[in-house]
Design a binder for this molecule. Sequence first.
Ligand SMILES: [Zn+2]
Length: 314
Amino acid sequence: MRFNPKARLDTSRTSGGHVGGGGGGRIPIPGGKASGGIGTVILLLVFFLVTQCMGVGPQVLGDSGSSTSVGTGTFGGLQAADGGETGDFGSCRTGEDANNDENCAFVALENSMTGYWDSQPDLSGRFQPEQAVVIFSDQVQTGGCGSASSSVGPFYCPADQTIYLDPTFFDSIFEQLGGQDTTFVRAYVLAHEYGHHIQNLLGTMGQVRTQQGPESDAVRLELQADCYAGMWTAAAEDDGFVEDITDQDIEEGISAAKTVGDDHIQSRTTGRVDTSQYTHGSSEQRIAWFRKGLTTPDSIAGCDTFKANDLDNP
Ligand SMILES: [Zn+2]
């Protein structure tokens, strides 16, 4: 995947730097779980959080009781502490910068996704860009979804309409799961999180009742975000920011969808698959809905996972 070298980048919604920080960024371990080897506990917890946070952060973060502990004011303060809205991204000016710098690539991708969804007829009159994409390291305080460490993985916080991601996720946890870190894999992940923002705007997120299981609302929400990522992918080449998306890129996206399937993660971490614990859908389902999105870039109706009778066959 390459970006149009002449594209002018808008960094106004991307902030970066070492927000939060301190303490080494480890996940706090809940009490009473010290048996079975602390390493195992940490590992399982990390993967649990990854499975949650490739999606909707706040539910799991809310479980820790911290979801209401951080106000939006705190978030604004963090941005200011970073030196303003542009953070470390002030040097990202053109698509050429995005081709040469991984952080600038996030800016170009965000610009592309904002432009795509802004012109999507189904969102006419209802679209607003996300408040921010926050690229963080170590630890971050959200504006309403508690705090998160690097190990949590990318997530979207509906309360502050912000996407959070730590790029080290891609070359640590994601690779441990058997994935590969490429520009398009990052694009797929960002597009998935952007999909959650669209769901937030449309009120879909508020309709989620069942949080676990193969047919749960949570799984349907996640598969829909994969489908929305496919929609953007299918349209991205025409937008002025993305110069080309190759067949190889698409294969990488499909491979990434496979990597983050519940069955794949479960079998890698516990050696068995328990569909009753599904929150994001199986590898095959995630691939299927990403592919479905590729075929329907002009309308979100094709991504209605909530009406689908058979999630295996969109
Ligand atoms: Zn998701």
